[in-house]
Write a protein that binds this ligand. Structure first.
Ligand SMILES: [Zn+2]
Length: 458
């Protein structure tokens, strides 16, 4: 399997503190493996490079004396503590697959700039995996003897469907308690529900009067439902028959935080509505968009705005539009409060859409995650972070989905700190600060110890 050249480890780590240098060496090896999803191969359901990343990591841990296991190329684990199934299983959960390089030519050539490591996967999620691994090393090296089994689970399909954790759950043991290292500190005890769906509105039966007037022929924008589109192209046919195109610019961002971007589709449709009004024209499709969405990101016009105390308001992002004279399709992403029911939400959306003769099709959904603040897992990790930071922080809620949803008894915990740069996951120039990662490693040591105490055999 490993006929490719060895990863580049020729970087100079000498200037780094020892703890950072050892993490940097393993991380550089990992970054050099382009573990994006690709065609399945024997023993490698997500492609040979994902398997190579796992094998590289497990080989390292086995050489360091840990128990390791490859779960059919879907995931793997590294374990510390007595090999006794009666002992509760505590886990950290990370992933070694990465998103594609995009237009980043050097994505898989790790670069060290001071104490910052740059490369695809450095912050999402190979760096955090390395921090969790060294936390296990630190525990062992300190002579610590856990009562539980402490495991680092490494998945290979986080970025494109999380089938790796479905496989893990099917063939291996669910942890009694676990944390993922793919978000921020403090502990995240609530993650909104995610609903991705399409709205289709046909133009059939719509009467827009004068065929010769100003017409919106086409609107097209977007890449993925969970991305706020940064631009939207409109094609017009003017009253004298000329064709014009214009690109309406917004501000790209993540669907979980629509307030941080500006949706180019909604801006474009708003401009279109005003241009048509100025020309004394009507356009039913534009009018339907304004009726169902307009410039709002709270779902108010779909009749679904609202919030709960734990997780805050529902958010709505229209990620893609494809409009022509026959109708339009919108691909949307909703993050809904953790105490809400998906069926109620869908019924409301369908009701509004059917008023315009349209249809709704669900393309993806993920149930909310919610563990109360006094749940032993949440309470333990809250105490760990408070002791480490000296701050009296509360568990957080978020709109983004973490890996924690894919396993039971699991919440997200770190590794980025409030106010710190998140490293630009998925972007060109993705990076991780090794001193920050070193702090996270210390907190993970404390987290393993504390969870070991909380969940020890009674
Ligand atoms: Zn990611």
């Amino acid at each position: 399997m490993t006929t490719k050249p060895e990863p580049n480890t020729q970087l100079n780590f000498d200037a780094l503190p020892t703890r950072e240098a050892e993490m940097a060496r393993l991380l550089a090896r990992q970054i050099a493996i382009p573990s994006t999803k690709s065609a399945p191969a024997p023993g490698a359901p997500y492609g040979t490079e994902t398997l190579r990343a796992l094998e590289d990591f497990l080989a390292r841990a086995a050489a360091d004396g840990f128990r390791v296991k490859n779960l059919d190329g879907h995931a793997g684990w590294i374990e510390f503590g007595e090999d006794d199934p009666e002992r509760p299983l505590i886990a950290a959960v990370c992933h070694l697959d990465v998103v594609p390089a995009g237009d980043w030519a050097d994505a898989f050539t790790p670069v060290l700039d001071g104490s910052v490591m740059i490369g695809r996967g450095s912050s999402d999620d190979k760096g955090p995996a390395v921090a969790c691994y060294y936390a296990l090393c630190d525990l062992r090296d300190s002579g610590y003897r856990p009562d539980c089994r402490l495991r680092l689970i490494l998945g290979l399909d986080e970025e494109s469907g999380m089938q790796c954790m479905a496989h893990y759950s099917a063939v291996d043991e669910a942890p009694a308690a676990a944390f993922t290292a793919d978000a921020g500190f403090p502990v995240i005890h609530a993650e909104k529900g995610i609903l991705q769906f399409q709205i289709y509105i046909p133009a059939v039966g719509m009467d827009d009067g004068d065929e010769a007037g100003l017409r919106l022929m086409r609107a097209i924008a977007g890449t993925r439902p969970n991305v706020i589109p940064g631009s939207c192209r409109l094609l017009w046919q003017t009253a004298d028959g000329a064709v014009e195109s214009s690109d309406i610019e917004g501000v790209q961002g993540h669907a979980a935080a629509p307030e941080q971007g500006r949706n180019a589709i909604s801006l474009a449709m708003d401009q279109a509505a005003r241009r048509l009004a100025d020309a004394g024209q009507t356009d039913s499709l534009v009018a339907v968009y304004q009726d169902l969405i307009a410039l709002e990101t709270d779902g108010g016009r779909l009749g679904i705005a609202g919030s709960d105390e734990v997780s805050g308001p529902l958010t709505l992002n229209v990620g893609l539009i494809d409009l022509d004279r026959s109708g339009f399709t919108l691909t949307c992403d909703i993050r809904y409060p953790v105490t809400w029911q998906l069926d109620d939400l869908l019924a409301k959306i369908s009701g509004r859409v059917s008023e315009h003769g349209g249809q709704v099709r669900v393309i993806h959904q993920s149930e909310p995650l919610y563990l109360p603040k006094d749940h032993p897992l949440v309470a333990t990790l809250t105490d760990v972070y408070r002791a480490a930071s000296g701050e009296n922080t509360e568990p957080q809620a978020m709109g983004g989905g973490t890996y924690a949803r894919s396993l039971p008894n699991t919440v997200a915990f770190g590794p980025s700190f409030p106010g710190d740069d998140d490293g630009g996951a998925h972007q060109t120039g993705e990076s991780v600060n090794l001193s920050q990662l070193s702090r996270a490693r210390q907190i993970y040591v404390a987290a393993f110890r504390a969870l070991d105490r909380t969940y020890r055999r009674k």
